[in-house]
Write a protein that binds this ligand. Sequence first.
Ligand SMILES: [Zn+2]
Length: 288
Amino acid sequence: MREGAPVAGVSDTGAHVGRDAPRLPRDAPPACRDATPVAEGRIRMVTIPLAAGVGVLAGPWLRGLVFAHAVGWRQPLRQHCPACGTSVIPMTWRGLLAVAPLDGRCPTCRTPIGPVAGSVEILAALVLSMLAMRAPSGWVLAAWIWWALLGIALALIDTAVHRLPDPLTTAATGGVGLVLTAEAITSGEVDPLIRALACAAGLALVYLVAILAPGGMGRGDGALAVSIGLLLGRISVPAVVLATVLTAGLAGAWTALGRIRGRLGGSDAVALGPHMIIGALVALLVNA
Ligand SMILES: [Zn+2]
């Protein structure tokens, strides 16, 4: 379910007749009313390739984040080639801005640096174009894109070292919060923002209980959950519930499969981040 007046153009998809017709502002010109579904199609024809382009361009940044942050707890971020020691990742802002070589290799000794060049670019382009197909407004798409880009890096880092670094989860939450606040200010609709904040607080509480439980999950999972509560709470409460159920289901199935195949022992930790991120993205695409 979506709240508020749809944004002309990048608004509701599908039915535009009868009771399901998207409501336009009363002062919208008649031409705008008649052309909305067509205009929306045209705008999506622009936003989908644009989002895919953002994914491709963000690739070196995401590969840089993965290489720099895939280190153990309290270890310094990685900037140098592990083989020859050449500085390969220009980095600033607590490692939030880190860029991997375009070809994914050390310029001196050709050792691979981080994920294979092109792999993250393709993944990001696919995810972002799917989000552009479903986003109900430009503001929401901006929040989704920011979160999804960091989500891809976080999922890869968590898979590699079972950590969700604070600078990245904080940036995800801060970015989504800023965009949703800007949306509320410009549209004058505060209900979606209030619901997003309430869902973030609710999900934080649920994860806090799980973190404090004996042998519970990591603190990074809780930090990521706050950003997921904001992101999905902007859409609806059922979207938050679906994301949480999907996360539990995916993580449970992954753990069971690992044990059956003998890859996971009874006490082996499972990275929850990738399951949280996939669950949130699926819930977004289903509920938006
Ligand atoms: Zn090297």
